[in-house]
Design a protein around this ligand. Structure first.
Ligand code: HEC
Length: 101
C-alpha cells in the first residue's frame, strides 16, 4: 500500500473508507462525488491538498500510484499498464460509478 499506509491511512483509515478525522476516499466518493469526472480531478485535488499542510509532498507519479491503489481498494477493474502520473493520461480516464454500488 506504499505511501497510502504511512501518509494517508492515519486520517482516512487503512481501508480508505474514512474515519471521524477524514472522509472516505472510495465507495461514495468515487461512485458519486467524483463520478463522471476525469481521474485527473481526483488526482489534482489530492496533489493540491493532501496530506494537509504538506500538499505536493510526493511526485506526480507517486500520487498516481496512490490513486491506482485506491482504485484497487474500490474494486475498479485494473488497467493493463501502470497508471501514468501525467495530466494527459489522467484526463483521458473517466470515473464511472460501479453498477449496483
Ligand atoms: C491529517 C489528516 C489527513 C491526512 C494525513 C490525509 N488527509 Fe486527505 N483529507 C483529510 C480531510 C480532513 C479531508 C476533507 C477536507 C475537506 O473536506 O475540506 C480530506 C480529503 C481528502 C480527499 C477528498 C475527498 C473528497 O470526498 O472529496 C482526498 C482525495 C484525500 N483527502 C486524499 C488523501 C491522500 C491521498 C492522503 C495521503 C497522501 C491524505 N488524504 C492524507 C485529512 C487528511
Amino acid at each position: 500500500m506504499g505511501f497510502f499506509g504511512t501518509d494517508c491511512a492515519t486520517c482516512h483509515s487503512n481501508t480508505a473508507r474514512g474515519s471521524s478525522a477524514a472522509p472516505g476516499l472510495i465507495g461514495y466518493a468515487l461512485d458519486s462525488k467524483y463520478a463522471d469526472q476525469p481521474l485527473y480531478t481526483y488526482f489534482d485535488y489530492m496533489r493540491s491538498n493532501m496530506p494537509p499542510g504538506n500538499a505536493g509532498w510526493f511526485t506526480d507519479q507517486e500520487y498516481a500510484d496512490i490513486v491506482a491503489y485506491l482504485l484497487e481498494l474500490h474494486g475498479a477493474p485494473a488497467g493493463d499498464a501502470e497508471l501514468e502520473g501525467t495530466e494527459e493520461a489522467l484526463s483521458a480516464i473517466m470515473i464511472v460509478p460501479t453498477p449496483e454500488g
